[in-house]
Design a protein around this ligand. Structure first.
Ligand SMILES: [Zn+2]
Length: 257
């Protein structure tokens, strides 16, 4: 049976008044799950965790993107570093802004709704950006090379879907995320150089495990913040693989200084 987690130290027992957390409500780490087709309402502690878990990654994402750009040998690598870097930074910035708006400006429903849509659209764009370095910088077979543009077509399709049916069919949305996350992996079969793909698969597995928490609002306290941690970890694994296998090592730059 689902239980609200209200701290027993709050003084509810013995007829004393509940201690207030400073967010205008008793200390509470989780609310009831949302009914179908409506959004979960996080507690203020969950709101804070949702903001901080991605806000702290904005600066590392910018630094990491700049590093890849610095390590680029040619124009194609530079463009790819830009595409991937923009996706990486935008993911954490849009997510942080949405969670701040959702926490502090929830009275501005239209604005919050708009940022929530952007947050969801970013997932499609970020999946495409995460695959872009592997698709752009690795040798691919003639058929598989079409995935270079097809992945962005899927991202555009996902964006339009969010625009039209945001929050209407949550299971369909989840299916689209997973389909887009898995389908570009098929081109692996045509890659002659498969170095680093093990790390890509590990990152993918971490995202998939995180989906369990993405779908557990109101069942597990701080579920959405835990999902953020899984996203950050998987993004770090993918960044490491891109940095290590697709770009020149920083040691080379130092040697050539
Ligand atoms: Zn989020």
């Amino acid at each position: 049976m689902h239980q609200r987690l209200i701290s027993s130290a709050d003084g509810i027992q013995n007829g004393r008044k509940a201690r207030f957390s400073g967010c205008g409500s008793p200390v509470r780490f989780m609310n009831h799950p949302a009914p179908a087709n409506s959004r979960y309402k996080p507690t203020c502690y969950e709101h804070a965790a949702n903001c901080y878990t991605h806000a702290f990654l904005i600066v590392p994402a910018i630094v990491g993107s700049a590093l890849l750009h610095r390590l680029s040998d040619d124009r194609w690598e530079k463009i790819t570093a830009w595409i991937y870097g923009m996706g990486l930074c935008a993911l954490f910035i849009v997510s942080t802004v949405f969670h701040i708006v959702s926490w502090k400006k929830s009275h501005l429903r239209t604005m919050e709704h708009c940022f929530h849509m952007c947050d969801r659209m970013m997932i499609y764009v970020f999946i495409a950006a995460s695959y872009a370095p592997w698709l752009n910088l690795r040798e691919l077979g003639p058929l598989a090379s079409h995935m270079r543009w097809f992945i962005w077509l899927m991202a555009a399709g996902g964006t339009v879907y969010v625009f039209l049916y945001h929050e209407k069919y949550k299971i369909v949305e989840l299916f689209f995320y997973l389909a887009m996350g898995f389908s570009p992996a098929l081109v692996v079969t045509s890659m002659s150089n498969t170095e680093g793909l093990e790390e890509v698969a590990w990152g993918g597995l971490i995202y998939c495990l995180g989906v369990v928490f993405f779908k557990s609002d109101g069942v597990i306290p701080f579920a959405h913040a835990i999902w953020h941690v899984f996203v950050a970890t998987a993004a770090a694994v993918h960044y490491y693989a891109i940095w290590k296998y697709l770009y020149r090592s920083p040691a080379d730059i130092i040697r050539h200084l």
